[in-house]
Design a protein around this ligand. Structure first.
Ligand code: SAM
Length: 315
C-alpha cells in the first residue's frame, strides 16, 4: 500500500532530480506533513526515495515507479486507475471464493465494465494497460497464427486495435473489423488511421452481446472470454457462431486454466469479473451448444494459446 499511495500521489515523479522538502510537498499535495514523513521514511526503507539535506528525492530504483517509466507499473499501482482499483478488490477474495462470484461489485457497488463506462479515467487507464501488456507479445501472436487463410477477420472486443493493426499490416490481403465499446472504438479508429489501415479496417462501436458484423471468415476473441462467467462467455460465442459465414472459424486467444503460469491471472479474473481462465474441457463444453468444436490448440506465448473452433457440421 505504501507503493500504491506513493504512486497515487505521484511521489516518484515529483521527487525526481533534487527532490523536495517534506513540508513543501505536503502543502503542495494537500496531505498531512506528519503522515507524509512517515510514508517517505518507509519509502526510504524500501529504496524508492532517499534522504537529501532538505527532504527526499527519488532513487534510480524508485524511477521505475514514475508515470513515464514505460513499464506499466505506475498504471497498475495508482489507486485512481482501473488496474489499481481492481487489484484492491482482492481484499474481498473470501467473498469470491465463497460465492464463486466477482468481488469487484461487492466492494464498489457496480461491476468493472459499468465503472469504466462511467469514469473516463478508469477506461483510459485500462485501455492503456491493455495496450502495454500486449506490446512485447504481439510479434509472437501475429507470427503464431496462419492468418493468411482468411480474407475477413472480426476482432471482437478488440480494444484499441493494436493486435488487429499488427495482423493486417503483416497480411495485406486481409480485411479487419473491430467491435468494442466507446470510447475504445474511437481509439481503435485512431490506431488504424495511424497505421494507414483506414481502407482495410472497419470499427463498430457496440456490444458483443448484440449481433456482430456478419459473414466473416474468422472471429477473434483475445483475452475476452476469461472476463465473463459461463452464461455471458457462452453468449459471446453464440454471437460469433451466428455471425460467421458457413465454414467460418472462431479463434480464442487467452490463457488456459490449470497451468501454473496462469494461476494468479485465474484468480484475478474471478475477483474482478466473476470469470476465470478455463481448462480445455470447459472451453469445449462452452462452445458445443453453439455448434462449435475445438479443432486445434496452439501455444503462442508462455501465457496464451490459440484455440481454434470450427463448426461441428464442417466435418
Ligand atoms: C481484456 S480487454 C482485451 C482487449 C483486446 N482484445 C486485447 O487483447 O488487447 C477486453 C475488451 O472487451 C471489451 N468489452 C467489454 N465488454 C464489452 C461489450 N459488452 N461489448 C464489446 N466489447 C466489450 C473491453 O472494452 C475491452 O476492450
Amino acid at each position: 500500500m505504501a507503493l500504491r499511495v506513493a504512486v497515487t500521489l505521484g511521489l516518484p515523479d515529483r521527487l525526481g532530480g533534487d527532490g523536495a522538502p517534506t513540508g513543501d510537498l505536503a502543502a503542495e499535495l494537500g496531505v498531512s506533513p506528519v503522515a507524509l514523513e512517515l510514508l517517505l521514511t518507509h519509502l526510504t526503507t524500501l529504496g524508492i526515495v532517499e534522504r537529501t539535506p532538505t527532504g527526499h528525492r527519488t532513487t534510480a530504483y524508485g524511477e521505475n515507479l514514475r508515470a513515464d517509466a514505460d513499464n506499466g507499473l505506475a498504471n497498475l499501482l495508482d489507486l485512481g486507475t482501473a488496474g489499481g482499483r481492481a487489484e484492491l478488490a482482492f481484499v474481498e477474495l473470501a467473498h469470491s471464493v465463497t460465492t464463486g462470484r466477482a468481488a469487484y461489485p461487492h466492494r464498489y457497488g457496480r461491476d468493472f465494465w459499468t465503472d469504466l463506462g462511467e469514469h473516463a479515467r478508469l477506461r483510459e487507464s485500462f485501455d492503456r494497460q491493455m495496450t502495454h501488456r500486449f506490446e512485447a507479445q504481439l510479434p509472437r501472436v501475429v507470427a503464431g497464427v496462419d492468418w493468411s487463410r482468411f480474407t475477413t477477420l472480426v476482432d471482437v472486443g478488440g480494444g484499441r486495435g493494436g493486435l488487429l493493426a499488427a495482423v493486417l499490416t503483416a497480411h495485406p490481403g486481409l480485411r479487419g473489423h473491430l467491435v468494442d465499446l466507446e470510447p475504445t472504438a474511437a481509439e481503435a479508429r485512431r490506431t488504424f488511421g495511424a497505421h494507414g489501415l483506414d481502407e482495410r479496417a472497419r470499427v463498430t462501436a457496440g456490444s458483443f452481446f448484440d449481433p456482430l458484423p456478419a459473414g466473416a471468415d474468422a472471429y477473434l476473441l483475445c483475452d475476452v472470454l476469461h472476463n465473463w462467467d459461463d452464461e455471458h462467455a457462452g453468449l459471446v460465442l453464440a454471437r460469433c457462431a451466428e455471425a460467421a459465414r458457413p465454414g467460418g472459424r472462431v479463434l480464442v486467444v487467452e490463457g488456459i486454466g490449470g497451468l501454473p503460469a496462469g494461476s494468479e491471472g485465474g484468480l484475478a479474473m474471478l475477483v474482478i469479473f466473476g470469470g476465470r481462465e478455463r481448462r480445455l474441457d470447459e472451453f469445449r463444453a462452452l462452445a458445443s451448444p453453439h455448434g462449435l468444436v475445438l479443432d486445434t490448440v496452439t501455444e503462442l506465448t508462455g501465457q496464451r494459446c490459440l484455440l481454434e473452433f470450427r463448426f461441428a457440421d464442417d466435418g
